[in-house]
Design a protein around this ligand. Sequence first.
Ligand SMILES: [Zn+2]
Length: 296
Amino acid sequence: MSDRAERIAAVGFDYAAHETEPVAACNLCGSTDLAELSTRDRYGYPAPLAMCRRCGLGFLSPRLTAAEYGAFYEDVYRPLVSAFHGRRIDAETVQDDQRGYAAELVEFLRSTLPSPPRTVMDVGGSTGIVAGAVRDAFGAEATVLDPAPDELAVAAAAGMETIAGFAEDFRPGGRRWDLVLLCQTVDHLLDVRGTLAAMRGMTSVDGHAFVDVLDLLIAARKQGSVEGAAKIDHPYYLTRDTALAFFRRAGFAPVAERLSGDGHWGFVLAPAEPGEPDWDGLARGAAAMIEELQVR
Ligand SMILES: [Zn+2]
């Protein structure tokens, strides 16, 4: 057994013993025509990765239920990621990483937003590191929406408004923000379409959203296999093309984009009329990805 496999085994998470559910239809296009790319994730857990043949969206199916994911993030996620990387990853180190991330994001927003946002909402904003950096850079009022009360307490102590909950369930009651962020979060969601629809409803008419996405193709090529890119903490696997298709359906148009060194696309989005993506082009892209990535 490799050192890494031993460390992962020592975490003691028996994936197969937890409750999972199939994902019958694609969250982007609704198709049920799926190809199986791989049967195991990077930790060695039996979590099959499917790809929709109609649009190229990747997703785990079956996957942990929502309740199981809640327990997973509570107890297992950080020890597991620490075991995988062979170094301590906890609330403290995550905050350090986020400070660097936030500084880069602020520079990107400064060069792409037409005017400074007066209000910012960070969806899945954790302890408020990113929202706080945006607040300080632009003089905006910051709100953090997150399901974890202990992380929100840190944001509240730093003077931010906090709202406990999931984006999919949040009802803003007509309230809107100039800038709505979804940072390093989309791959962890259980409903990408529902979250983007909620974000569209939270964005001011002349406001913007920012979403970043880890590109499955780039990640799989970098890891040398799709199994190296698959992990139970990511229910979804997007690419630049499927991200743009999600945005179009949700009523967002890209106004700027960047690709970071670790394979994340970052998009600044403006509200637009919802529309249909180029399904034929997506299907051709899906066929090419399945051909390249499928573990045989
Ligand atoms: Zn699809």
